[in-house]
Design a protein around this ligand. Structure first.
Ligand code: MG
Length: 380
């Protein structure tokens, strides 16, 4: 039978037949390749289902139409896969990395991660990328023969987007590049940029929907105003949700088209003959300089106008308090942890508490806080 699985792969793509493999050796999968198996394991994991009730900027209960980390991860996978195909990259690996990239995120978005990092300052800190790797390497409890999901090297390498040098030394091969100064696979580079592209655009959408930012403000942002003008000249009189969506879809498209063209240009110029040559080259997936500047302007706008909006900051302050109080309560008496987490706490209490808190969804963290501190609540 002909093997169609790798026919569209470019020489610089990750090829499942020459994967660096899994930590615990397993039989080859039947009817799917190694990266498809990675993707399937991620989708079936508990941490993946929890993404539905975790958020980026807004807290889960603030409204049903805002992005959650689950819909965000799906958007990242969609954008990254479209581009992967045009760059001759491995779509399944790109998808696996995209779907897994946020698995280690705490409740309450960035505020939650900062708060947990603060709590863990004396105990080795907390990095959400490292936590995503920890989820797929250690924390998922599903298989008889190993902890975690036992993913391929290439998926793990892609999930570990950032890492301190201190942690890199402890992690070994998967983090070697942070010491050697090389790049991850092009699939990983792509998933990383697709993540940024997705959240900048959907934060504009969610920001407008929430009323925290306005179309007037966005008129000052180059990439938005350029596309909004194009929409109104084509559809005079268009307003409201349709104007916003027509503008955002054009922004996303222009970023995708630019990222594809610029990456193809760089890849062609460097001409890597293998994934390892691509790893040793400078970053080959990227935006053109002019698009990177426009995208950067949008990012700055979101930081100043949305992420630092007083209503977002109020929510962040609450999130910090909830995380900080949960951490203190469990640290001062680990017997308050559920039994399965107590076992881990006997080896390393702070890490076990951080793992437990990081795994919580927004609403679970709020409930757990109420159970511990609300005197009128049942303790269960
Ligand atoms: Mg993300």
């Amino acid at each position: 039978m002909p093997d169609w699985s790798a026919t569209a792969l470019a020489p610089w793509a990750a090829d499942p037949r020459s994967s660096r493999g899994r930590v615990h050796p397993e039989d080859a999968p039947v009817g799917r390749d190694e990266y498809q198996r990675d993707r399937d394991r991620i989708i079936h994991s508990t941490a993946f289902r929890r993404l539905e009730y975790k958020t980026q900027v807004f807290v889960n209960h603030e409204g049903d139409l805002f992005r959650t980390r689950l819909t965000h991860s799906l958007e990242v996978a969609q954008i990254a896969r479209s581009i992967a195909r045009n760059l001759g990259l491995n779509e399944s690996l790109t998808e696996a990395i995209s779907l897994a990239h946020d698995l280690g995120h705490t409740p309450f978005g960035h505020a939650g991660q900062d708060a947990l990092n603060e709590c863990m300052r004396e105990y080795g800190g907390f990095e959400h990328n490292l936590q995503s790797l920890r989820v797929v390497d250690v924390l998922e409890e599903r298989y008889a023969e190993f902890d975690g999901l036992n993913l391929t090297f290439e998926a793990r390498e892609g999930i570990l987007k950032h890492c301190s040098r201190r942690n890199a030394r402890e992690l070994g091969a998967v983090a070697e590049r942070f010491l050697a100064g090389t790049q991850p696979s092009l699939e990983a580079q792509l998933a990383n940029l697709a993540d940024e592209l997705a959240y900048n655009n959907h934060d504009v959408d969610d920001g407008l929907r929430s009323g925290l930012i306005t179309l007037e403000q966005l008129g000052e942002v180059g990439i938005f105003s350029r596309h909004a003008r194009e929409v109104t000249s084509r559809h005079p009189g268009l307003t409201g949700r349709r104007l916003i969506h027509e503008t955002i879809r054009r922004m996303i498209n222009s970023l995708v088209v630019d990222l594809t063209a610029e990456s193809l240009r760089r890849i062609t110029a460097a001409g890597p003959a293998s994934i390892d040559e691509a790893r040793r080259a400078p970053p080959l997936v990227g935006f053109s300089d002019s698009m990177a500047a426009e995208h950067g302007e949008l990012k700055l706008f979101l930081r100043d106008s949305l992420y630092r909006h007083y209503r977002v900051l109020r929510m962040s302050a609450k999130a910090r308090r909830i995380i900080g109080e949960l951490f203190q309560a469990f640290m001062s008496d680990p017997r308050l942890l559920p039994p399965q987490d107590q076992a881990r706490a006997r080896q390393d209490a702070a890490r076990a508490v951080a793992d437990y808190i990081a795994g919580m969804t927004d609403r679970y963290a709020i409930r757990e806080h109420r159970r511990l501190f609300g005197i009128e609540e049942a303790g269960g």
